[in-house]
Design a protein around this ligand. Structure first.
Ligand SMILES: [Zn+2]
Length: 101
């Protein structure tokens, strides 16, 4: 019996498997589509596609507190309580480039 050839699906250049997280929301970024884009449409490796598009933050006036609230809103999806998410967010966010001062 002859196996049919595996269809080859080109996925484009993949980033190296570094533990990259978005420097705005802390989301882990693995696939190319997780990454934000620069003004010239190249991939931005610091921010995710939710936070950063075409060289700009999608929500440039957002404060860190608003980001914490945004992450709390996703608590159920992460199977965590809001309190747990808030604690983790307050530990993580001040270390990220966007919120560091
Ligand atoms: Zn992000």
């Amino acid at each position: 019996m002859v196996e049919p050839p595996e269809p080859f699906e080109p996925e484009g250049p993949q980033p190296p498997p570094l533990p990259l997280i978005c420097q705005s929301c802390g989301m882990p970024m693995g696939k190319g589509s997780d990454f934000g884009t620069n003004a010239d449409n190249s991939r931005n490796r610091e921010y995710c596609g939710h936070c950063f598009m075409k060289g700009k933050f999608t929500n440039p006036n957002m404060t860190m507190e608003q980001m914490v609230e945004h992450m709390e809103g996703m608590a159920a999806r992460m199977k965590m309580s809001k309190g747990q998410v808030r604690k983790a967010a307050l530990k993580l966010l001040p270390k990220l480039k966007r919120w560091k001062r």
